[in-house]
Design a protein around this ligand. Structure first.
Ligand SMILES: Cc1ncc(COP(=O)(O)O)c(C=O)c1O
Length: 476
């Protein structure tokens, strides 16, 4: 067989990777039917189903499956087990979103397969990413010349922010053991993980104490910094939370920023959960000072209700970020010039990246900002409603929350209170109509409330109350 006939032979087989218009229409119809079924059942289906996925059923054997079989497997092995991330009944951990319009953004981005890492490859995609970042800079009061990146989530965004802090302060080599980093006792573990990944194991890590609302105690921070300076150490970085995971607490950002300013420390704010509440007028005061951060992390897959896979970081010191991430190579000479720093790849460990901007930009453009604001405000009021009703049922509730995370426990007088609340949690998980998660604070077992899904409505909270009441009655 000559070369041409061999190629033609292979082409006949490889052509099946490109469905024809009739097949495309049928596949899209089947996905639409699945979506209709899924959305149609969302209110009535359980938010949490304990169960294991069967690897054998999804094993890649190399043989073909029909599209119908694939959709059935997805429905049976993915969408029906575990926590339903699209459900408004997800009130555990920090819930995600799942806006339908984002899925269409992903669909478009995947069809044209934009290369979003570099301007040269897709100036339009890079521009859309930049447009989202410009909007973020505006709402968080960051200067126009700061830089940003759309990441896969808060963990990678924290990583980028902390790398910038490290490189700005030159915390490398023998400097590491001199440097002091200050974190809230409520810092998310992705912060500690990032410090480890970027080689800052060896810094002095100070856990700043908290006030009665679990916010970082600024007085204690100032005291620790002065003590460390007095001992000849080098305080470098403060990491605050604007909405901690456990309790939703917002640290006193302005006060902390002033302390950072007067001692020359980098101020990193992890607002992965709480940042977007800045869109709600009543929460502007508590988030006051967020604009003073040197680096800021927010998670559109939390407070903007985008599906999982969307974080963002903003950093004021452009050169610190570029210093760590800008690279050129001979094979990139057409695409990246020596002094051209305008590419998403200059601000991120990623070169090739998913065109994430589209799943954020499309819903923002389509819906406008008003429903996002209303939805966030609704979540705050639902938290208030939930707490009031729980209190009526005899639960002890946590302090007035800064945002939409709170907790409760049942004061069990005749026995082990932690054990009682743990059993209550187990019953709630077994029921699964609504999903809640637990934590431990000061050795007390607590059930958390985290209201952030855009699909959580007053009917969801009433369902949660009914479920909790039934579980409680089984134990009393
Ligand atoms: C305050 C905070 N920071 C960081 C993260 C990590 O973000 P991600 O899970 O998007 O990586 C979370 C996740 O819940 C969080 O609540």
């Amino acid at each position: 067989m000559n070369l041409i006939s061999k190629i033609e032979e292979l082409e006949k087989v490889s052509a099946s990777l490109e469905p024809d218009p009739v097949q495309r229409e049928s596949f899209i119809k089947q996905v639409k039917e699945f979506a209709d079924r899924f959305y149609g059942n969302l209110d009535d289906s359980r938010t949490y189903v304990k169960g294991e996925a069967d690897l054998d059923k999804v094993r890649v054997s190399g043989q073909k499956l029909s599209f119908e079989e694939i959709i059935n497997l997805y429905e049976d092995q993915v969408a029906s087990i575990g926590i339903n991330g699209a459900s408004g009944g997800h009130l555990g951990y920090i819930p995600g979103g799942g806006l339908f319009m984002s899925s269409l953004g992903d669909f478009l981005a995947d069809i044209t397969n934009e290369y979003a890492g570099i301007q040269f490859a897709s100036p339009g995609a890079a521009n859309i990413e930049e447009a989202v970042l410009v909007w973020l800079k505006e709402i968080f009061g960051f200067p126009k010349d700061s830089v940003g990146n759309l990441t896969s989530g808060g963990s990678v965004a924290n990583l980028i922010g902390l790398i910038a802090a490290r490189d700005h302060h030159g915390i490398l080599g023998s400097e590491i053991k001199n440097c002091v980093v200050y974190v809230s006792q409520q810092a998310h573990h992705s912060i500690l993980k990032a410090l480890r990944i970027i080689g800052l194991w060896g810094v002095h890590l100070r856990e700043v104490s908290l006030d009665e609302n679990y916010r970082m105690d600024a007085q204690n921070l100032a005291h620790l910094i002065r003590t460390d300076e007095g001992q000849g150490l080098r305080p470098c970085l403060v990491i605050s939370a604007a909405g901690s995971t456990d309790t939703g607490a917002v640290d006193p950002l302005r006060e902390i920023s002033q302390i950072c300013n007067s001692h020359g420390l980098w101020f990193h704010v992890d607002a992965a959960y709480g940042g977007f509440f800045t869109l709600v007028d009543s929460k502007k005061a508590i988030l006051d000072g967020i604009e003073m951060a040197d680096s800021l992390v927010v998670d559109p897959h939390k407070g903007l209700f985008i599906p999982y896979g969307s974080g963002a970081v903003l950093v004021k010191n452009r050169s610190a970020v570029i210093k760590s991430h800008h690279y050129t190579a001979n094979y990139m000479q057409d695409a990246i010039k020596e002094n051209d720093f305008d590419n998403p790849a200059d601000v991120s460990p990623e070169l090739t990246k998913h065109f994430r901007g589209m799943r954020i930009w499309l819903p923002l453009q389509f819906h406008g900002i008003k429903p996002f604001k209303a939805c966030l405000e609704e979540k705050l009021l639902l938290t208030q409603y939930f707490r009031e009703k729980l209190q009526d049922m005899g639960f002890i509730i946590g302090p007035e929350p800064d945002l939409s995370v709170s907790y409760f426990y049942y004061p069990f007088p005749n026995g082990n209170e932690n054990e009682f609340n743990q059993k209550l949690m187990e019953l709630i998980h077994l029921d699964g109509r609504v999903f809640l998660s637990s934590t431990i604070l000061n050795e007390r077992f607590l059930i958390r409330i985290a209201i952030l899904s855009f699909r959580t409505k007053i009917s969801t909270i009433n369902k949660a109350l009914e479920m909790i009441s039934e579980a409680l009655n089984k134990l009393l």
